[in-house]
Write a protein of this length. Structure first.
Length: 404
């Protein structure tokens, strides 16, 4: 530059001396009239590329780039910013198509040209219908021209590393979306993962943590026809204790045939020295007797008094006494009284209070009513003994839900 400047040859007057260069760059003047591949060779290359990408996608730590072909399905549409027209090779995707007498030539990525056999419409979604889609026979891909899409629908397309969204420019309403897979942006929802590689439903059931069969069918629709799935581990690991029936299967047909009894307490707050109470419930009539106790050892004297009252006042005989396994019910003195009067003592199984459910529920009912009476009348808690006797008096004079 400094040497030529002495002869008047500078950057400012260079173009005036030699003229401006051609507007076409040398790179673009390459000979494109003669392609390196024929049309058949290019189609064969695309098929081989598709098969190789499908195989390599199953291998770990493998990264492969594909420019213009979807490796997932021939029904998948790919957003292409380099395509000037919408292209498809599957006639089943067209809602309407008209075949042309004069072919329309389309230039491919390798520089060769192929002819369009027809033009039609493709419905991608209820809010998105492509017009002027060219049908190219034996074309293994479906391309959505980004330029045609934005011009036709006056929309904007926003891309990120996992998906893209198509929105109207004025209202911002979403009219389409897609996902990224294999370096390409596919229109629509990401295909669901299909669990078809497992050897058998049993192995799939074990690997997924022994889920219920209904959940397994939702994850793998291929198993929708499976009715049962035997799994011994599930039977052993998920079994629970059978529920107790709400009502006894055998009902007594006379009053005082069966008497249910239970001791409640101790209470944290004593009521004039009383901390316990014992209930006696007639299974036939659900009539209840409540006795307050200062100590659990008073059960013998209370039961003897109750036994004599029933015999003298009502002229009835108790046949069966049913209770839990509290030690007061198994004292030698009480056992002697039961034997002398011919009363059969039935007790529940250990750690199974449900078998004495009539007495347990009656105790809860009495405590709930007594607590409610205290709260409603603003009475101190230590008066719970009188409230309990009042609750028993009222419940005995009301209809019982267990009696039909």
């Amino acid at each position: 530059m400094h040497v030529l400047q002495e002869d008047g040859y500078t950057q400012e007057n260079c173009y005036s001396l030699h003229g401006f260069p051609s507007k076409t760059a040398n790179v673009s003047q390459a000979d494109t009239t003669k392609s390196k591949f024929t049309e058949d060779e290019y189609q064969e290359y695309l098929r081989l590329k598709c098969s190789s990408l499908t195989q390599s996608s199953q291998a770990p730590n493998t990264s492969t780039t594909c420019i213009s072909q979807s490796i997932e399905s021939h029904n998948s549409w790919v957003i292409d910013s380099g395509a000037s027209d919408h292209i498809s090779g599957n006639t089943s995707l067209f809602s309407t198509i008209s075949f042309q007498d004069k072919p329309h030539f389309i230039t491919l990525a390798n520089g060769s040209k192929t002819s369009s056999k027809g033009v039609g419409r493709v419905i991608l979604s209820p809010s998105l219908t492509l017009k002027s889609v060219h049908f190219v026979s034996n074309c293994p891909f479906n391309l959505i021209s980004l330029s045609q899409l934005t011009k036709l629908f006056n929309c904007s397309v926003t891309f990120d590393h996992k998906s893209f969204v198509i929105q109207e420019r004025g209202s911002g309403r979403q009219i389409g979306k897609g996902y990224e897979a294999g370096g390409l942006y596919h229109f629509g929802s990401r295909p669901r993962v299909s669990c078809v590689a497992a050897p058998s439903p049993k192995v799939l059931h074990d690997r997924l943590g022994h889920p219920h069969l209904s959940k397994l069918k939702k994850m793998c629709p291929e198993l929708s026809g499976l009715q049962t799935l035997e799994c011994e581990s599930c039977q052993l690991g998920k079994h629970v204790r059978s529920t107790f029936p709400k009502k006894s299967l055998s009902q007594c047909n006379s009053s005082f045939s069966i008497i249910h009894s239970d001791i409640w307490g101790p209470s944290r707050i004593s009521s004039f020295g009383f901390r316990y109470f014992v209930t006696f419930i007639d299974e036939f009539s659900r009539c209840t007797w409540v006795y307050l106790m200062k100590d659990r050892s008073e059960l013998l004297s209370i039961f003897t008094s109750f036994l004599h009252e029933i015999k003298n006042q009502l002229g009835r005989v108790i046949k069966i006494l049913r209770s839990d396994n509290a030690k007061e019910y198994f004292s030698s003195a009480l056992s002697a009284v039961l034997i002398s009067h011919g009363i059969l003592h039935q007790s529940t199984c250990p750690h199974t209070p449900q078998q004495n459910g009539i007495a347990e529920k009656k105790n809860r009912h009495l405590v709930e009513i007594a607590r409610t009476l205290l709260l409603g009348a603003h009475i101190p808690v230590h008066q719970w003994g009188d409230a309990l006797l009042t609750a028993c008096f009222l419940i005995n004079r009301m209809p019982s839900s267990s009696q039909s």
